[in-house]
Ligand binder design. Sequence first.
Ligand code: AMP
Ligand code: MG
Length: 483
Amino acid sequence: MDKVNWKFDNTYSKLSKSFRELIKPTPVHKPEIIIFNYQLAKDLNLDFSKVSNDELSNIFSGNDLPKESQTLAQAYAGHQFGHFTMLGDGRAVLLGEHLDSKKNRYDIQFKGSGRTSFSRGGDGRAALGPMLREYLISEAIHSLNIPTTRSLAVVKTGEKVVRENLLEGAILTRIASSHIRVGTFQYIAATQNIENLNTLVDYTINRHYPELISSKFKAYDLLNKVIERQCSLVTNWMRVGFIHGVMNTDNMSVSGETIDYGPCAFMDYYDPKTVFSSIDKFGRYAFSNQPPITKWNLARFAECIVPLIDKSEDYAIKLATDLIDNFQNIYEEKWLKMMRNKLGLFGEDKNDKKLITDLLDWMKKNKADYTNTFCHLMDIRSNDDIYKKTNFLAWIDKWKKRSDLNNSSKENQIKLMKLNNPIVIPRNHKVEEALTDADKGNLDKIMKLLNILKDPYSSQDITSEYHLPAPKSSKKYQTFCGT
Ligand code: AMP
Ligand code: MG
């Protein structure tokens, strides 16, 4: 398969046994390629144009492994809903790291590829619906200009998986800048092997923060950088109304990419308490809890590397605590900037925060759609009666007065808003509709949705079903963990 131009350079497999188990994917019965992301392949400098569907099916099911791959399951731990557990890739294998033409390094991973020593009671497999869901939403998040793992392929295995019902089995090929999670650090820290911990810090810096290679305070600087990237990531989620749904520490990448699309969904009517995941009974991962949970996860990360921050434990804890405590300030600053961008406000005014929270309060009280309210402010789809209410018009007056301080043209204001406010997002009912059809073998709707979501910031000639939330009468939307 050299014709596709794989350039594997596998570094994770060279780490000691504590980090991974070398294991092959379990071959599948009758693989069939369902979706392949030719554009992403091209961006990775891979050429599948001369590869038949049969060959694609065999490659991306793991039945025909690329020669230079060295498959392994990664060890990691995690706080799942606050409870610490030793985990690891129980249904995934890393094929290795592929280098593109600019020497950017990408993990190529199969999800749903069979049992490993980390599978615990699980079957090591994944169902078609959740894998297509990850493909769809991860690609949508990418097009929204938010860092994320990507999806290259989904293959049906031709085998059934046993869940509540019998479902079609599938394997997703996931592309990530790495799969190093907060939970990876937790796993190594739990083994209390300081040499391995040092190795992991160095490895992470080499891969994601090369500017720190010659730092004298690597662990401290790494913590600082990871805080910064995670803070930017969660600010981006808040910008587009994305609810990750399962922000366990094992689902938080130290590279700052969105990872592990299970029960995630986009908020429609604005309510900071929105939760879609059926297992999130107490709203731990509700929309407005995402920033404080990010901070909580970062504190778990900090605990892992405390021994490397300073020889004096007390002093190391103080340094780490100061950085973590500063999360709130960094977030507040990023959030304000992000919301100003959404409202097309240049510069800063002392009343900006009040102006923003007044709008959010209004949206909550009036059950206004988060995405469409900002569209209305950009003069797109402006005919909903809700925006004719006097209390909204009073807010608009204040917004216009503040906009007068912009020292910039109306065109520039709208330009800034259009860069920050999506016009179309993956609407929950449209996602479900597409997945239901896909499960029956009809991919038309998922293909159409994928196509629309490629360009979320421009007005497209699409029917209202793609930009309206599900009718209020329809039953509460619930998502389930992607197993
Ligand atoms: P996730 O909910 O996908 O983030 O997975 C949490 C943990 O459960 C990870 O260690 C997974 O590898 C493991 N896991 C999830 N589903 C399965 C499965 N079907 N078989 C084995 N392990 C699984
Ligand atoms: Mg996970």
